[in-house]
Ligand binder design. Structure first.
Ligand SMILES: Cc1ncc(C[n+]2csc(CCOP(=O)(O)OP(=O)(O)O)c2C)c(N)n1
Ligand SMILES: [Mg+2]
Length: 370
């Protein structure tokens, strides 16, 4: 075609069709061993349940906000199960599936969205950084960390790789483009994992990016790949290869996981205002869990007993999440003065005293000012 703005549909790496058929790809080797596939299924179901419980808890007034991962489970579980323990992940705010794989306790995620923690979790306990709300800024943190890894001489076959998660909307931020450029010129061992869930709140992808997101990488001088983000096998195989590439000193890769945000942007959003039910229906047919289940059944790798056991485990997780959320202690109001600065200083002491006086001015509030 002569119109240079018309482009062909880019290739999408897919190993598992929506009907659950496994189709090997020569560039992305993946052996679907039964135990591993069953574990992936379990992860997908459990994080979907964790997410559904959190949405319900927000509706019941137990959480201030929640950003649902519904529909993005395969992108998160596939990529996170490709990580080695020594790898470091820098998430955005929707990566509950990645948090799950890195061993972050659900109650620590809930505490953040309940507003009862001034931190979250210890990033070094899980090699999983804190959630980042400032869109795209974690791509720079990850690039800087990756350059540190490089300077520490921690590369090599069993070395450390870094991954950062961000959305399609984040690719419109300067930070993200600066991170791409800096990672490229420094050959930093970082994987840029973009979950293109088609929306940045109410802004559709075609209002954000004229070119397919993964093709941006070429302009910065590193490889970009588009993967079916609802295919857990493909997300795992593609991410594993990119991480290995980084680990071995071959620099960054951009992975665009083509997926869909099935729920609202957050519990404060109403997506019926800006998108059609037909669009949601189209994506429902590509559901990441249904297709893995279809594969397991088709291949005779799981029976009803297995699916029932996973369901029972999900029920138990739901109960645990609800109980733990309601039991989270409120922070003492003056804790904030201890948790921001490493060392106390005069101005902080003054502000603390002022706030303590203010609290004490309420009847019965004596106990609050600890
Ligand atoms: C620097 C900055 N600008 C604007 C916002 C407000 N904001 C919060 S989420 C969001 C959309 C992000 O979309 P995307 O990157 O696609 O991630 P998704 O929420 O779809 O996972 C925006 C604009 C913000 N948090 N930070
Ligand atoms: Mg998005």
């Amino acid at each position: 075609m002569s119109d240079s703005t018309v482009r062909e549909e880019p290739e999408l790496i897919q190993l598992l069709t929506p009907d659950g058929e496994y189709v090997p790809h020569p560039d992305y080797p993946f052996e679907p061993a039964t135990a591993q596939v069953r574990d992936l299924y379990r992860d997908l179901v459990l994080v979907r349940r964790l997410d559904a419980e959190a949405v319900a808890l927000q509706r019941q007034g137990e959480l201030g906000l929640w950003a649902s991962l519904l529909g993005q489970e395969a992108a998160q579980i596939g990529s996170a199960r490709a990580l080695e323990p020594q790898d470091m992940a820098f998430p955005s705010y929707r990566e509950h599936g990645v948090a799950w794989c890195r061993g972050v306790r659900p109650r620590d995620l809930l505490a953040m969205f309940r507003g009862v923690t001034n931190g979250g979790w210890d990033p070094y306990e899980h090699n999983f950084h804190l959630y980042t709300i400032v869109i795209g800024s974690q791509t720079l943190h990850a690039t800087g960390y990756a350059m540190g890894v490089q300077r520490d001489g921690a590369l090599g076959e069993d070395g450390t790789a870094v991954i950062t998660y961000f959305g399609d909307g984040a690719t419109s931020q300067g930070d993200t483009n600066e991170a791409f450029n800096y990672a490229a010129v420094n050959n930093a061992p970082v994987v840029f994992f973009c979950q293109n869930n088609q929306w940045a709140i109410s802004e559709p992808n075609d209002r954000q990016s004229k070119a397919p997101i993964y093709q941006r990488a070429a302009g910065f001088g590193f490889p970009g790949i588009r993967v079916d983000g609802n295919d857990v096998f493909a997300c795992l195989a593609v991410t594993r290869k990119a991480l290995q590439h980084a680990r071995e000193g071959q620099g960054p890769t951009l992975i665009e996981a083509f997926t869909y945000r099935m729920g609202a942007h957050t519990t404060s959003d109403d997506p019926t205002r800006y998108r059609t039910s037909a669009e949601i229906e189209e994506w429902r047919r590509k559901d990441p869990i249904a297709r893995l289940r279809a594969y397991l059944v088709r291949e005779g790798k799981a029976d009803d007993g297995f699916f029932d056991a996973v369901e029972a485990e999900a029920e138990k997780l739901g109960e645990q999440v609800r109980a733990e959320c309601r039991a989270l202690p409120d922070p003492a109001p003056l804790d904030i003065f201890r948790e921001v600065y490493a060392e106390p200083h005069r101005e902080l002491d003054r502000q603390r005293a002022e706030f303590a006086d203010y609290l004490a001015s309420f009847e019965g509030a004596e106990g609050a000012a600890r």
